[in-house]
Design a protein around this ligand. Structure first.
Ligand SMILES: NC(=O)c1ccc[n+]([C@@H]2O[C@H](COP(=O)([O-])OP(=O)(O)OC[C@H]3O[C@@H](n4cnc5c(N)ncnc54)[C@H](O)[C@@H]3O)[C@@H](O)[C@H]2O)c1
Length: 328
């Protein structure tokens, strides 16, 4: 039986824990949350035998085979480093992988040195509809790809404005916390590297002090080295509707994911793909994590992919702050 423990026992831990408990050969053996009440509730709810008093106590538990990190982005790199230094070879860490550019190479070097396998929580790659979209793009049916448009809107942002997700310095706002999911998909769809990004962001919340940088809405132009131009918009706006759209235009066809439907458009006709959505992408992600622990082979989203996506998000933040394009 493989044993794992959680760092952080909030929303994402409560999505991953039940998914893990559906899998044979895995036991959630412990939990550490900086808030002991959260650890206690989580341990009681999932029947977890051990609550650790600190992250270090967890990392010194030699009975563990792996660790899942579901705390906040500014702590991700330091916790991954500490886990590797304490002998952990299997780590799942929620996105975004890093909060500062320099953390990327440091983590990649350490993972290589320790032979650690790390999965980053960009779960959208496990979503059937996104898998199909990549298959369509990779098939070449679009012809030469010219541009992509991504639009994300969440007008039901219900968190308090004094919390982590509203704290630009920590979370990077919608630019880092949300746009990186879509950047991760675009990188995977195109299997290409970005050349530059230009971004502008605004803060919509009027109670946030003006000296804090903007984070509620971002509009960016991301250009890949192969020439594909991507218009990307991510928003925690207050009014309107939720949407989650991706459009990729090629010389021969356009593929569009809109309102949960995936369609391939020609000049006068379109084909709609049957993507049932029967597979729960979070459950699939945990199944892949356990398989990675069993066979030692890296799974998506790999550390390198997660770092690349976060680096592009950080480039967007820098562009927005300086008013200049950021070149990678
Ligand atoms: N993949 C997704 O779909 C998805 C969705 C939401 C959030 N996330 C990511 O997951 C991470 C956590 O988000 P959440 O929504 O679960 O937040 P949350 O606030 O619900 O939970 C985070 C938990 O971590 C604890 N914590 C904070 N700092 C800690 C530390 N240093 N050590 C131990 N515990 C600590 C908090 O007390 C809290 O219980 C974020 O990086 C976020 O971007 C991913």
């Amino acid at each position: 039986m493989l044993k794992v423990a959680f760092i952080g026992a909030g929303r994402m831990a409560n999505i991953h824990a039940p998914a893990l408990q559906k899998i044979k050969n895995i036991e959630i053996a412990g939990v550490y949350d900086i808030d002991p009440e959260k650890s206690k509730t989580f341990a009681e709810h999932y029947g977890i035998p051990r609550q650790y008093a600190s992250q270090q106590e967890l990392l010194e538990d030699k009975s563990l085979d792996g660790v899942l990190m579901c705390h906040y982005c500014p702590d991700h790199a330091a916790s991954m480093m500490a886990a590797m230094e304490n002998g952990f070879r299997y780590i799942f860490c929620e996105k975004p992988a890093i909060r500062r550019m320099e953390e990327g190479p440091m983590l990649l070097d350490a993972a290589k040195q320790y032979g650690a396998k790390i999965m980053i929580g960009h779960h959208r790659k496990h979503d059937e509809i996104n898998r199909k979209m990549r298959e369509v793009i990779q098939s070449g049916v679009l012809g030469t790809i010219r541009f992509a448009k991504v639009q994300f809107s969440n007008p039901f942002f219900s968190r308090g404005w004094d919390d982590y997700f509203a704290d630009y310095a920590r979370s990077g706002g919608t630019t880092l916390d949300m746009a990186t999911h879509y950047i991760d998909l675009l990188n995977w769809f195109f299997e290409a590297d970005p050349e530059s990004v230009y971004a502008r962001a605004v803060m919509l919340e009027k109670t946030i002090p003006k000296n804090l940088n903007p984070s509620d809405y971002v509009s960016a132009t991301l250009v890949y080295k192969n020439g594909i131009i991507c218009g990307l918009e991510s928003s925690y706006q207050r009014f309107g509707v939720c949407y989650d759209n991706i459009e990729v235009y090629g010389d021969d066809h356009t593929v569009i994911l809109r309102d949960g439907k995936l369609r391939l458009y020609g000049k006068k006709e379109f084909t709609e793909y049957d993507v049932s959505g029967a597979v729960n992408c979070y459950e699939l992600q945990m199944q892949e994590f356990v398989k990675m622990m069993e066979d030692g082979k890296e799974r998506q989203t790999t550390l390198a992919e997660g770092i690349r996506s976060a680096t592009i998000g950080l480039g967007m933040l820098e562009s927005s702050e300086t008013g200049k394009a950021y070149y990678f």
